[in-house]
Design a protein around this ligand. Structure first.
Ligand code: FAD
Length: 467
């Protein structure tokens, strides 16, 4: 039986990054993955393929505005969805191959099969042919991720009633895509098909889309997506999602108790994801799984078994790839005797629609609820030269700072390249910048990033320069 200092179960961004960091720190490391490709949800059916489809559909959408830029396109412009999906798959394959390269480069042993505990130090790997290999581990890192969740009365048939996984490889552009759940995944995939010509309706139980983010962002994104043609049914509780021939019928109840009926050719169920521990036999190792299906961990991400740790989507906190990665590094460094730390308040959240939405720190709702006195400064992208030059004028940056100390407490933005701009916000907050600090930093002109400086100026004595 081979034995290792660390065995990682699951090769998503949490697991493979944990394995690399363990190997860098001199630990003999193995990783177990049940699928034939490495990279987990993120690389195979999540972050990367969704961004590939968003990029392709964005190019198509931009074509509609070429005439405004003095570019005349003659002849038919058509979408070849099959080719678009094949390109996405090529991106995925290349990226997953990159993870395999990193495993080899770092001398990490890769086991292909389902990992399940025999006890706290022995993991069985069940391979595709049914054979079982035993692996001995001083420490184990569980990084088994998550799967799409559903509602009890919805039967996902993966043909017409689908999850994000199927939505990334549809055979044709839907005529009417009904999306259950107005969160990040539903809106990103909704925008892909909206751009490609589908009618898209979003049914959301809460009174606004992206309910976890700052209300201002939600309002602006709703406005922009409505303008682009997306239909919203907020404060609607889905009652039934049924197949009807080659289509679907979705019934939802509004706040007045009225039932609306939406007929579409696909229903995308994007109501969240559930932690995944099926087949792991966590109990045999003394690892406690909570009622919500998450692996219980302490502040060091240690489970109820002292040599077993858990990270990423399978534990509490935001279900995000970069959060999983940070946790992977943290556990590896903890095992090496270091004292790593993660500030969960500074894990940014991003929606990759266009305009993009990004945020870090506290929302206005959270500050109000906590009774924190704060001030707010906003700056609209339309007042930026760079935004006008690119015709990307929608959105704003909002900075929330402590009313007394001026320390930045939250930065919320919607607009072009917000997904990249948020890194400046995280850096500033990591170093506990005040709004005035940001306002006095030189920002290259003309850039979208100037909106951050201007919002910081607005937050400190209302002295934005360009409004
Ligand atoms: P996962 O990536 O889920 O990986 C877990 C791995 O463990 C899987 O490969 C699984 O097969 C394997 N596994 C499970 N059980 C076993 C077992 N018993 N034995 C062996 N292997 C096992 N996040 C972002 O930050 N940015 C985005 O833009 C983004 N976009 C997304 C878009 C979509 C459509 C979806 C679905 C998700 C998106 N996410 C995004 C979320 C992101 O994918 C997850 O947060 C991230 O993948 C979690 O990483 P993880 O390592 O915890 O688990």
């Amino acid at each position: 039986m081979s034995s290792f200092d660390v065995v990682v179960i699951g090769s998503g961004p949490g697991g493979y990054v944990a394995a690399i960091r363990c190997a860098q720190l001199g630990m003999k490391t193995a990783i177990i993955e049940k699928y034939s490709t490495l990279g987990g949800t993120c690389l195979n059916v999540g972050c990367i393929p969704s961004k590939a489809m968003l990029a392709s559909s964005h190019h198509y959408e931009e074509l509609q505005h070429f005439a405004d830029h003095g570019i005349e396109v003659s002849g038919d412009v058509k979408v070849n969805l099959e080719k678009m999906v094949a390109r996405k798959q090529a991106v995925v394959d290349q990226t997953s191959g990159g993870v395999k390269y990193l495993m080899d480069k770092n001398n990490i042993t890769v086991y292909n099969g389902v990992g399940s505990f025999e006890n706290a130090t022995t993991v069985n790997v069940t391979k595709a042919d049914g054979s079982v290999e035993k692996v001995e581990a001083k420490n184990v890192i569980i990084a088994t991720g998550s799967k799409p969740s559903s509602l009890p009365f919805i039967k996902i048939d993966k043909e017409r009633i689908i999850t994000s996984t199927e939505a990334l490889k549809l055979p044709k552009v839907p005529e009417h895509l009904v999306i259950i759940g107005g969160g990040v995944i539903g809106l990103e995939l909704g925008q892909v098909y909206l751009r490609l010509g589908a009618k898209v309706s979003v049914v959301e139980f809460m009174d606004r889309i992206i309910p976890g983010m700052d209300g201002g962002l939600s309002k602006e994104l709703t406005k922009v997506l409505k303008k682009q043609g997306m239909k919203f049914y907020t404060s609607h509780k889905v009652q039934a999602v049924d197949r009807a021939g080659e289509g679907v019928v979705v019934k939802a109840e509004n706040a007045k108790g009225e039932i609306i009926t939406l007929e579409g050719d696909y229903a995308l169920v994007s109501v969240g994801r559930r932690p995944y521990t099926d087949g792991l036999n966590a109990d045999k190792a003394g690892v406690k799984v909570t009622e919500r299906g998450q692996i219980e961990v302490n502040d060091h991400l240690q489970t109820t078994a002292s040599n077993i740790y858990a990270i990423g989507d399978v534990v509490r906190g935001a279900m995000l790839a970069h959060k999983a990665e940070e946790e992977g590094v943290m556990v590896a460094e903890f095992l090496a005797g270091q004292k790593p730390h993660i500030d969960y308040n500074l894990i940014p959240g991003v929606v990759y629609t266009w305009p993009e939405v990004a945020a870090v720190g506290k929302t206005e709702e959270q500050l109000k609820e906590a009774g924190v006195a704060y001030k707010s400064g906003s700056f609209p992208f339309k007042a930026l030269g760079r935004a006008r030059a690119s015709a990307d004028i929608e959105g704003f940056v909002k900075i929330l700072a402590d009313a007394k100390t001026d320390e930045v407490l939250g930065i919320h933005m919607i607009g072009a390249r917000a997904a990249d701009l948020i890194a400046e916000a995280v850096t500033a907050m990591e170093f506990r910048a005040s709004a005035e600090d940001i306002s006095r930093m030189s920002h290259a002109h003309p850039t979208f990033a100037e909106a951050i400086k201007e919002a910081a100026l607005a937050a400190t004595e209302n002295r934005a320069l360009h409004v």
